[in-house]
Design a protein around this ligand. Structure first.
Ligand SMILES: Cc1ncc(COP(=O)(O)O)c(C=O)c1O
Length: 471
C-alpha cells in the first residue's frame, strides 16, 4: 500500500512498493527509447544521492552499498567536488580539445603525486574502456619494438575490462564476445587464481600460487604461442563480481614471468583505485611494480574521466597526434579529479577504509556462521567485499538466491549490486560510510538472507534485478 511506512531508520526509509508507482513512467519510457541493454540494473529511479544514501524523489531513501558501481568512492555529490566543478564552470573554459590548459597540468600533477614514482606519465581519457583500449595499443606497440609478432595479450577468464572491441576481447566472459562474428586474434585467457573456487579443485590455498601460475601457463602453451610473443598480461586487481584478489605468491611469480619474457604487466584498476581497497591503488597490496595501470570510475566520483598511467618509455611510444581523444583532460573533469584526490586525503577516507576492513570481515564471517551451507567464502579488502552464496545441496554458486537476496535488500532500503552469473553479493559502499551505517547494511543482508533461505519471502515484484554479467 502506498505511503505506509514499511522501513524507517536513520539511514533507510521505504514508503512504497519499489519502484514507486509514480516513478514507473520513467522506467517504462526509458525502456521504450533506449536499448534493452540499458535495463536490469535496479528498479530504483535515482533522484538524488548524497554521501552514502540515495533518494527516489517519492519519499524512499536507500543506504548505498554500490557507490553507483564502485564509482562514488568519496561519496555521492561530495560538496568539495561540486564546488570545484562549479568554480570551473564559472571560469568559462568548458573544453579545449588537446590544446594545453593549466587545469590539465594541475590534474596530471595531482595524479603524479599519488602514483608510485616509476609510473611517471599519465594519459587522460574519458571512460574505463577507452583507458583499456589505450593500454592494449601501447602494449602491442611496445611488443613490436622487441620482436615482430610480439602482439599477444594474456588475460583471465571471468574478467571484465569494458565493452569496446579490444577491452571485451581481453575480458574473460567469452560468451559475450559472440557479437564480434570474427574475433581479432592474439587474445588468450587463463583461469583466475580464485582460491574460493580453485580452478584446480583444491579446497583451500596452500602456498600454491606459483604452481597455479605454472599450470595455467602449461595449458596456455598448448595454443602454441611462445611465451616470448606475449606483449602483455592484463588483469583486474580483483575480479569484479567475486572481489577475488590474487594470492601474493601468484602475482610475484607473474611479475617474474613477465620480466623474463619482456612482457608488460597491466593492472586494470578501474574499480580498485582511489582508496577503495584502503590504498591509493589496489595493486599496491601485491608488492610488485606495474608497467601500466588503467584508471576510471573513482577518479572523479562524478564526471567521466579515466587515465592510463605508466612508464615514460611505454607511454611515449606513439608519435605526436597518434594517441589522443577529443575529451582528453576536459577542464570540468580535471577540476573534479583534483578535488577528488584532495578530498580522499583531507577527509581521511583511506583511513576509514582501513578502520572498517576488520569490521566488515568480522560481520561477514558472522554471516558465514549463521548460514552454513548457504554462505561460503568471503573476499575483500578495505571497502570492497564479495560474499559467495552456495546451493547447500550441490555446493555450487546459488544464482537464484543471490538474485532474491539483492531484490529483498532493495525492498528493505539497501542498494546492492547485481553480480551476474557468479552467485555472489558484492558490497561497495562509499568510503565515507560510518561504522554504524555499515553494520546496519550488513544486518539488512542478514535479514534478507534469513527470509530467502527460510522461504518466508517471495518476491512479488515483477521488476526483478537484472543479472548483469559484467560487474
Ligand atoms: C574493471 C573494469 N574495467 C573496465 C571497465 C569499463 O569502464 P567503463 O564502463 O568506464 O568503460 C569497468 C566498468 O565497469 C570495470 O569494472
Amino acid at each position: 500500500m502506498r505511503n505506509e511506512i514499511k522501513v524507517e531508520t536513520r539511514y533507510r526509509r521505504i514508503v512504497s512498493d519499489i519502484p514507486h508507482p509514480d516513478s514507473r513512467t520513467v522506467i517504462d519510457e526509458l525502456s521504450r527509447l533506449e536499448p534493452r541493454s540499458m535495463t536490469g540494473i535496479s528498479p530504483v529511479v535515482w533522484n538524488r544521492a548524497e554521501g552514502f544514501q540515495v533518494w527516489d524523489g517519492h519519499g524512499n531513501r536507500w543506504l548505498d552499498f554500490t557507490s553507483a558501481i564502485v564509482l562514488a568512492n568519496v561519496g555521492h555529490a561530495n560538496p568539495k567536488i561540486s564546488q570545484a566543478i562549479r568554480e570551473q564552470l564559472d571560469h568559462y573554459l568548458f573544453h579545449s580539445y588537446c590544446n594545453p590548459t593549466e587545469i590539465r597540468l594541475r590534474a596530471v600533477k595531482a595524479m603524479r603525486e599519488i602514483l608510485p614514482p616509476y609510473l611517471d606519465k599519465v594519459f587522460l581519457l574519458s571512460t574505463g574502456s577507452e583507458a583499456v583500449e589505450a593500454a592494449l595499443k601501447l602494449t602491442r606497440m611496445y611488443g613490436q619494438t622487441i620482436a615482430s609478432g610480439k602482439i599477444h595479450i594474456l588475460s583471465y577468464y571471468n574478467s571484465f575490462h569494458g565493452r569496446t572491441l579490444g577491452a571485451q576481447m581481453a575480458g574473460g566472459f567469452l560468451d559475450q564476445q559472440e557479437w564480434m562474428g570474427q574475433k581479432p586474434g592474439g587474445f588468450h585467457h587463463i583461469p583466475f587464481p580464485e582460491c574460493a573456487r580453485c580452478p584446480w579443485g583444491r579446497q583451500k590455498y596452500e602456498n600454491c600460487g606459483v604452481e597455479c601460475l605454472e599450470r595455467s601457463l602449461e595449458q596456455l602453451r598448448e595454443q602454441d604461442v611462445p611465451d616470448d610473443l606475449f606483449a602483455g598480461v592484463i588483469t583486474e586487481t580483483f575480479q569484479g563480481p567475486t572481489v577475488a584478489f590474487m594470492p601474493l605468491d601468484y602475482v610475484q611469480a607473474l611479475r617474474e614471468w613477465a620480466d623474463k619474457h619482456k612482457t608488460l604487466l597491466i593492472f586494470d584498476e578501474i574499480q580498485a583505485a582511489f582508496g577503495r581497497t584502503a590504498k591509493w591503488f589496489g595493486f599496491e597490496h601485491y608488492g610488485v611494480e606495474a608497467d601500466l595501470i588503467c584508471l576510471g570510475k573513482g577518479m572523479t566520483a562524478s564526471l567521466p574521466m579515466s587515465a592510463v598511467a605508466g612508464r615514460a618509455a611505454i607511454l611515449d611510444l606513439p608519435d605526436p597526434g597518434e594517441m589522443s581523444s577529443t575529451h582528453t583532460g576536459n577542464p570540468l573533469c580535471c577540476a573534479a579529479t583534483i578535488a577528488n584526490i584532495n578530498t580522499i586525503r583531507e577527509e581521511g577516507l583511506m583511513a576509514n577504509a582501513v578502520a572498517l576492513d576488520p569490521v566488515m570481515r568480522k560481520s561477514l564471517e558472522h554471516l558465514c556462521e549463521s548460514f552454513p551451507g548457504y554462505v561460503g567464502a568471503i573476499n575483500g579488502k578495505g571497502l570492497i567485499w564479495g560474499v559467495y552464496l552456495l546451493n547447500p545441496a550441490t555446493g555450487q554458486p546459488n544464482l537464484s538466491l543471490a538474485k532474491r537476496v539483492i531484490t529483498r535488500c532493495i525492498e528493505l532500503g539497501l542498494l546492492m549490486l547485481p553480480t551476474g552469473g557468479r552467485g555472489t553479493l558484492k558490497i561497495a559502499p562509499p568510503l565515507c560510510i560510518t561504522e554504524e551505517a555499515l553494520l546496519e547494511g550488513v544486518r539488512v543482508i542478514e535479514q534478507a538472507l534469513a527470509e530467502c533461505v527460510g522461504g518466508n519471502w517471495n518476491s512479488a515484484s515483477t521488476h526483478g534485478t537484472g543479472m548483469v554479467e559484467s560487474l
